[in-house]
Design a protein around this ligand. Structure first.
Ligand code: AMP
Ligand code: MN
Ligand code: MN
Length: 337
């Protein structure tokens, strides 16, 4: 069990940003609510959606009216459609505005909620559950554990304190977040591996879950990689000589492909031996890019991304960039110092 920071639990009306809440405080908030909205971050990954669905299922079983939602895209990405609890996913326009409690999972800032940000801002009570060190504590109550490899780890600890049995359905959801955010267990504390063992012991098929989430792409992924990786550039002088490698995914490259295909590119680019920092610029509109940053050991890309308007973890972060390719690369190089 991770030690959670314990400071104050807000009980009155709405000071923002809010105070920290421990696992017991979070359970008290969840127990007091009869309608709950669980919000995941835009362009959901398996940690935010797996955590959101696990929490949604736990609440549904307790008789709570619960919705799970994310701002974009309209549909659950193909690789995540076999996660249990998909029936709870609610289209943006139908996300209620009168929930007793809004819970966000895996969101470091309110901006990560996209168009659903207003649901948090107008909620009588909001609980932010997250593992980003850079979390801005935008809820009335904030359960943040930067030691946890995934928000799914925080959820597992919450379920234990809450007395929620982690059965195979919940384990499937949590394993999805855990395997994704540990880079298929390339990193993680002993506790993360211990949790994996516990989840697998419920009978879930970890091999199949991992293949579905991380190792399955349509054939069109291969020519996309060919084109995108051909654009890769190594700038050995950047980041004070530690090196930067970067590539662009243009909209034409990604046409007819899903977000999983685009998101996979950074995991190839970041393997470059000559560069401490890797970046993939993903075109979402003319001169608008979402950017994935990764570092190996010595550069804090969370600070770099935060300086550029985004956020994340020390070794994995992101932000949105505007401008042509020269301009966005220059801005990144400048922020890297
Ligand atoms: P990604 O490259 O999209 O996998 O994101 C890596 C990490 O950076 C994740 O922990 C994200 O939560 C975080 N991140 C990505 N984009 C943003 C953004 N625009 N604002 C804040 N955090 C971000
Ligand atoms: Mn995430
Ligand atoms: Mn996460």
């Amino acid at each position: 069990m991770n030690a959670m920071p314990v400071t104050t639990t807000n009980s009155g009306p709405l000071p923002l940003p809010g105070g920290s809440v421990d696992l017991h405080g979070a359970v008290a908030l969840l127990d007091a609510a009869s309608t709950v909205t669980v919000l995941c971050h835009v362009n959901p990954d398996a940690d935010t959606l797996g955590s959101g669905l696990a929490l949604g299922l736990a609440l549904e079983r307790r008789g709570v009216a619960v919705q799970v939602a994310f701002g974009t895209p309209a549909d659950v990405p193909a690789s995540m459609r076999s996660l249990p609890g998909g029936h709870l996913v609610t289209p943006v326009a139908q996300v209620r505005r009168d929930a007793d409690l809004v819970v966000t999972v895996d969101c470091g800032t309110a901006g990560r909620l996209g168009v659903l940000r207003d649901r948090v801002e107008t909620a009588p009570r909001s609980l932010v559950i997250d593992h980003h060190l850079s979390n801005t504590r935008f809820g009335t109550d904030n359960l943040i554990d930067p030691e946890s490899e995934a928000t799914a780890v925080v959820l597992a600890n919450l379920f234990d304190v809450w007395g929620v049995e982690i059965d195979a359905e919940l384990a499937h959801c949590l394993y999805a977040g855990l395997v994704t955010d540990t880079g298929s267990f390339r990193w993680g504390r002993p506790e993360a591996h211990g949790l994996a063992a516990r989840l697998l012991a419920t009978g879930i098929d970890g091999t199949s879950i991992t293949r579905t989430l991380l190792d399955t792409h349509p054939f069109g992924w291969l020519p996309m990689l060919s084109s995108v990786l051909a654009s890769a550039t190594l700038d050995g002088d950047a980041a004070q000589g530690r090196g930067l490698v970067y590539a662009f995914v243009r909209r034409a490259d990604a046409a007819h492909l899903g977000p999983e295909e685009v998101e996979s590119v950074i995991d190839i680019v970041r393997t470059t031996a000559e560069a401490e920092v890797a970046a993939v610029f993903k075109e979402v509109a003319p001169e608008e890019w979402t950017v994935s940053l990764r570092a190996k050991t010595s550069v804090d890309v969370s600070a770099v991304a935060t300086a550029l308007g985004g956020g994340g973890h020390r070794l994995a972060a992101g932000y949105t960039a505007h401008g042509d390719t020269d301009r966005i690369v220059a801005a990144l190089r400048g922020a890297l110092g």
